[in-house]
Design a protein around this ligand. Structure first.
Ligand code: SF4
Length: 764
């Protein structure tokens, strides 16, 4: 089939906007059709084509770049179940339109697995099949790349030619009386660290390693990697002697020219105020695995600060003073006084937490949540002091850093000297920034009319938006630090927006023009409402959504059985005992591959200890082996026709692809409610209740529905798969919400099984 390039006008003469959009949409869809037809073995799937059609229509009718205020955006949600082939359905039309309009496509995923599939398989194939070739590149956070300058400095840390101390890379020590930084560092086998750094430096120099952490054979520990990561705060960029060969900047150069950039949700959010990715408003943005976006956003916008390990504050003040002296600056703050004040108030906040939550001393290591709403007055005063001091400290550091950059520019012969000062400050400055961000978030939750984010100008200033902005969860986690026989409290303070919607609405959506959000599971209880609320998109006008049909015949390919266990899961010990008994019996019947999903480590441990000898050799338990090793063993056993059963938790319930015989049985041991001790979940429930809202039906159950759908989605992975799903949680049958959860699942043949094993067909 001959397909015209969307860049070439198909009509003579002027076109109206609508006609032009329709033409471009049709041409983009024609590119998709051409790719499907050209690829031998690719069948036309109705759901896939419908998805491509919707993507083409939406993106073609959305103007990118600078537009008149009030111009409609194009936001499209598509739930495309497993087997639809969604990556081709969105890539082909989006890329065709981007090439035609000289814009770009950003595809953001939640998992490395999908990123790798796109970059190593899907996009190379598509590039060959498209009428116009395109380039693509993988974007990673700069912390994934090595800073060769810091690596060199680390290897020559005893070279004191500049008069700077060799403590540049020491992580820091800790609470008063706790081990010092140097003691900590020396506790490590130094030769091991040096050996690894030396090897990496050699491999980098001899081009055997590209500087990407992910391409190292063995993933390095964070202790090994953090001191040499290419973080922005310690990077002098074009003033760096290694700038031209820097691994991170090489990636940046590749991104600058790529037509398609593959990123991940966390990177996407972290670059909203940076320039790693192009302006989102100039691109077609595709969020695949979009069901993860709310949780990624919550994690991303969460702020924490340790209140016990504070030696870094003095180190940073000292380094600032050294740089100040070397620069001969006069108008800078008294860093020593600022550091002392900040440390004193952070320690006072730790003491406040101990006095408030642990007046009798530290017992267990756990978290304690502050009530949602205004902070207790004495804590609020302390946090306000911390906020003021951190802001003054940061301002002072900014002026020193600016002066250092000027010297780097003006005195190229002194680059090594000034760079060392710059890096010294840069490796610790992020901690100060974290303190500042935490203090601000803590205080913002205390102010019902907290000022809105300047980026939020196009978000409606409604009461729910204002309330959501002001909702912040604050909690402390208590642990222990030891030195010899002495124990010290290790206290970390946390603050997090309660709802991801507020942050996304303030920070992400205002920067976008044309967005597709897609996943195999975006609906919960049969509706997009929950996902729209979680992402803040219910505040946006004109969001379109559609579920495209799956090519699977669920009724013929599988069954879902809910077991009436006769024990209420609220009685955890009794329930687990009964569940394990039933599970062991069912596992006896497994002839090939099976997956058992647990809601907690304790529950999984109990099941492991209940395994009869015959089953023990058949089971592979998550965390007993690295994930890849475990999956390889599972595949090997199934290939040999042996039974193989994987025991896993939440992370195995999502993203695990076990087609065919690898997963003929899926066992769900309990409904996947959020863990009861999760402080953020508790804060959210409290906050919703305080507003007179029904937290259980509005939030808890829809979240379980989405998670359950993901878990159940492990069962059928291709049109030839056959699988049985068994869930032991009787609440599916005994509660009203249980029935709604079952109705939200794919249309399997559904059964009820009683304690005697009698089966009864269910009709919903
Ligand atoms: S340019 Fe920045 S990240 Fe790269 S080597 Fe130099 S200091 Fe490190």
């Amino acid at each position: 089939m001959q397909v015209s390039n969307p860049a070439e006008p198909a009509h003579e003469g002027p076109l109206t906007g609508t006609t032009q959009a329709a033409t471009q949409s049709a041409q983009a869809l024609a590119v998709f059709d051409q790719v499907v037809q050209a690829a031998h073995g690719l069948k036309t799937r109705a759901g896939q084509r419908r998805m491509a059609e919707r993507v083409a229509e939406t993106f073609a009718s959305t103007a990118l770049g600078k537009v008149e205020p009030g111009t409609d955006k194009g936001i499209l949600l598509i739930e495309a179940g497993t087997g639809v082939g969604k990556s081709l359905a969105y890539s082909a039309p989006a890329i065709a339109l981007a090439l035609a309009g000289k814009s770009r496509v950003i595809i953001s995923t939640a998992t490395v697995a999908l990123q790798e599939q796109l970059v190593n398989k899907d996009l190379p194939l598509l590039s060959q099949a498209m009428p116009q070739p395109f380039s693509f590149a993988l974007a990673k956070g700069r912390g994934r790349y090595v800073c060769s300058y810091k690596l060199k400095q680390r290897l020559s840390a005893d070279d004191s030619d500049s008069g700077l101390s060799a403590d540049l890379f020491v992580t820091e020590g800790e609470s008063d009386g706790a081990p010092t930084a140097n003691a900590n560092a020396k506790a490590q086998p130094l030769h091991y660290l040096e050996k690894a750094y030396f090897q990496w430096m050699t491999d980098l120099t001899e081009r055997r390693w590209d500087g990407d952490r992910d391409s190292l054979e063995t993933p390095p520990s964070s202790e090994l990697w953090s001191p040499i990561a290419a973080e922005a705060s310690s990077c002098t960029a074009r003033h760096c002697p290694d700038f031209s060969s820097c691994a991170y900047f090489e990636q940046r150069r590749a991104l600058a020219t790529a037509d398609v950039i593959v990123a991940n949700h966390d990177l996407l959010l972290s670059t909203l105020s940076g320039n790693t990715l192009p302006d989102l408003g100039d691109c077609y943005l595709i969020l695949d695995e979009a069901h993860h976006l709310p949780s990624v956003a919550l994690n991303h916008f969460q702020e924490s600060t340790n209140l016990s390990r504070l030696r870094w504050v003095e180190q940073l003040a000292l380094r600032a003073q050294r740089a100040e002296a070397a620069l001969d600056l006069v108008e800078t703050p008294d860093f020593s006084a600022l550091g002392a004040g900040l440390r004193e108030h952070l320690s006072a906040a730790a003491q406040w937490a101990m006095g408030f939550f642990r007046p009798l001393g530290l017992t267990e290591e756990e978290t304690e949540l502050l009530p949602v709403g205004p902070l207790p007055a004495d804590l609020a005063a302390l946090v306000a002091d911390i906020d003021t001091e951190a802001a003054a400290f940061i301002k002072g550091l900014q002026s020193v850093s600016q002066a250092l950059r000027t010297r780097l520019k003006d005195e190229p012969q002194q680059t090594a000297f000034w760079s060392k000062h710059y890096v010294e400050l840069g490796v610790l400055a992020p901690r100060l920034e974290a303190v500042s961000a935490w203090a601000q978030l803590m205080l913002s939750g205390s102010q019902p009319n907290a000022p809105s984010n300047p980026h939020a100008s196009d978000a409606p200033d409604s009461a729910p938006v204002a309330a959501a902005r002001a909702s912040v969860a604050r909690w402390f986690s208590f642990g222990k630090l030891s030195e010899g026989q002495t124990l010290y409290a290790n206290i970390t303070a946390h603050a997090s927006p309660i709802q991801p919607a507020a942050s996304l609405n303030a920070k992400l959506w205002p920067q976008t023009r044309a967005v597709l959000l897609t996943s195999a599971t975006l609906t919960s209880l049969g509706s997009f409402d929950y996902f729209l609320r979680e992402t803040g998109l219910h505040f946006q006008q004109k969001v379109a959504s559609e579920r495209v049909s799956s090519p699977f015949d669920f009724e013929a390919q599988g069954s879902f059985t809910a077991v009436l266990l006769g024990v209420d899961p609220k009685h955890a010990a009794l329930y687990n005992q009964a569940m394990c008994q039933a599970l062991m019996k069912d596992l006896e019947a497994v002839g090939q591959g099976a997956l058992v999903l647990f809601t907690s480590r304790d529950q999984m441990r109990q099941a492991v200890s209940s395994l009869p000898a015959k089953l023990q050799t058949r089971v592979l338990v998550q965390n007993d082996y690295p994930r890849t090793t475990l999956l390889n063993r599972h595949r090997e056993r199934v290939a040999l026709g042996q039974p193989s059963i994987i025991f896993g938790m939440q992370s195995f319930g999502e993203g695990l692809d076990l087609p065919g015989a690898l997963c003929e049985h899926l066992f769900i041991t309990k409904l996947p409610f959020a863990p009861p001790n999760d402080p953020l979940s508790s804060a959210r429930s409290d906050w919703l209740r305080a507003q007179g809202r029904d937290s259980f039906n509005e939030w808890v159950i829809p979240a379980v529905s989405l998670r359950l759908a993901q878990w159940v989605g492990r069962a059928i992975r291709s049109e030839s798969d056959r699988a049985q799903v068994i869930c032991y949680d009787p609440r599916l049958l005994t509660t009203g919400y249980g029935k709604r959860l079952m109705q939200g699942l794919p249309p399997f043949k559904k059964w009820q099984r009683d304690a005697q094993g009698q089966l009864k067909a269910l009709t919903f």
